[in-house]
Design a protein. Structure first.
Length: 257
């Protein structure tokens, strides 16, 4: 029995003793979510809401699960409810922005990212994804440049957002160099990060319309164990190659439906 299963058993026993403790349902629901037992997580979060209708964390957590299930309108409803209950709920704004982006509601997403920045001015991801939406979908490149420069300042090479920001700022070679250094560092670590670095470089080359290099590094990612197939098929970074024969053949090679 794993630690999450054990925790669920413990909280189930606790709930039997204190069936009106909304926090216990929230906690058990979170363990169900970690095990990807999403429907059970939703039931627990809903029970917590029934017990405490102003429990913003329960709405937020349920929104996260609805998002994972692709139930985006329900996720937006829950994030919005969490925000109404707690107007400075930074992560609820951010996650709602992510869902709006998935739905193609780019202005709404940008509005939420801007609110995140207002509440938490050092939240790097909000600058990066706001800039990316402006650049790719709204043709607002001048404003996007400001966001990418701020991303580089805050991220400072900690994540791939520095490399991708340089790409969007027009410095393709610097972006590639950064990613290659990340790949070499991952090889030296001998940990599980290499597949992700290959995947990100594939994304970068796809954004550059370099089909051959994108397929090469995506193949390396899959060879090294990348297995988030649902995201791979949804990832808009691959829109430039997604309908190419080479991309379809690669998915077939690894049995990705």
């Amino acid at each position: 029995m794993g630690k999450y299963e054990k925790a669920i058993l413990d909280f189930t026993k606790f709930i039997e003793l204190k069936p009106d403790d909304e926090r216990a349902y929230i906690t058990r629901g979170s363990f169900y979510a970690k095990l990807e037992k999403y429907e059970k997580a939703i039931l627990d979060y809903t029970k917590a809401i029934n017990l405490k209708p102003d429990y913003e964390t329960a709405y937020y957590n349920r929104g996260v699960v609805y998002d994972k299930l692709g139930k985006y309108e329900k996720a937006i409803f829950d994030y919005t409810k969490a925000i109404n209950l707690k107007p400075d709920f930074t992560f609820a704004y951010y996650n709602r922005g992510v869902v709006y982006k998935k739905l193609g509601k780019y202005q709404e997403a940008i509005k939420d990212y801007s609110k995140v920045i207002e509440l938490k001015p050092d939240y790097t991801k909000a600058y990066y994804y706001r800039g990316k939406l402006k650049y790719l979908y709204l043709n607002d490149k001048n404003s996007a440049i400001v966001d990418f420069n701020k991303t580089i300042e805050l991220d400072n090479y900690k994540t791939v957002k520095t490399a991708f920001s340089y790409f969007f700022l027009g410095n393709k070679q610097k972006a590639i160099d950064i990613m290659n250094k990340r790949i070499e560092a991952a090889k030296n670590k001998n940990d599980n990060s290499l597949k992700g670095e290959y995947y990100n470089l594939a994304c970068l080359y796809s954004l550059m319309y370099n089909e051959g290099e994108a397929i090469k590094y995506l193949n390396l990612a899959l060879q090294n164990g990348y297995d988030n197939y649902d995201w791979l098929k949804k990832d808009t970074d691959f829109n430039n190659i997604k309908y190419k024969q080479s991309f379809k053949q690669l998915l077939e090679k690894y049995g990705i439906p």
